[in-house]
Write a protein that binds this ligand. Structure first.
Ligand code: CA
Length: 231
């Protein structure tokens, strides 16, 4: 789900209509190794997000064509891009509203450059952890907590079943050969693992995660090749 491309710079979208602030931020963030683009209003921001997305958004609350609040809730409804609000209004109410709408943090203008950078890095770190969550159909797996949910309810897997499921999630859409799966689980299953036992483990896993284990919709058999988890 998440590709760890080492060379790709983190892209920050600045949504702010005050040109001077934008230029200062652009210099600061570029020096810090981020890739930066800017939108002076909501319309442009939405266009940029639709076109190429962003890894984090710095969002001014007072924009010429509307408030940053509603843009924030619109962004959060569609995808989990971290948002830091830039606000001149440091009263409690506006901050609380921002958090209610899903903002990850806020910074009051004028801000200290290094404080902003450190907040950006914190928010990015938190969001990365949050995103270590895999989903397929009505099933989800939270890597941090080793927690598996089906239809919103926790399901209990043995360590081996969990490992198998995690491998399938990590390679969603790919065919995984039986040998490959056996290699991945041998340290848990040890000497007992064989081609036949793998079949049994897959069967047990399907009984827990599939709606209809006799006709699996998530973990499909690819005849002669192995198994594939649907994307
Ligand atoms: Ca403004």
């Amino acid at each position: 789900m998440k590709e760890g491309s080492v060379n790709k710079k983190t892209e920050i979208l600045i949504v702010e209509d005050e040109r001077e602030i934008v230029e200062n931020l652009r210099i600061l963030l570029t020096e810090e190794g981020f890739s930066v683009c800017a939108a002076a209003n909501r319309k442009t921001a939405v266009e940029i997000l639709e076109e190429r997305g962003a890894d984090l958004i710095l969002l001014d609350l007072m924009l010429p064509d509307g408030s940053g609040y509603s843009l924030c809730s619109a962004i959060k409804k569609e995808r989990d891009i971290p948002v830091i609000m830039l606000t001149a209004m440091d009263d409690e109410a506006s901050v609380v509203t921002g958090f209610d709408l899903g903002a990850d943090d806020y910074v009051t203008k004028p801000f200290r450059p290094m404080e902003l950078v450190s907040r950006i890095r914190n928010v990015l770190r938190r969001s990365e952890k949050r995103q270590m969550r895999y989903m397929a159909g009505n099933l989800s797996l939270d890597v941090q907590r080793a927690y598996v949910e089906k239809n919103g309810k926790e399901i209990y897997l043995s360590p081996l079943e969990y490992r198998l499921l995690l491998i399938f999630f990590q390679h969603q859409g790919e065919v995984l050969g039986r040998n490959r799966l056996l290699e991945e689980i041998w340290d848990i299953a040890g000497d007992f693992v064989s081609d036949n036992t793998l079949t049994v483990y897959i069967k047990r896993l399907r009984e827990k995660v599939e709606d209809d284990p006799a006709h699996p919709a998530l973990i499909k058999t690819v005849r002669g090749l192995g198994y594939r988890m649907e994307g």
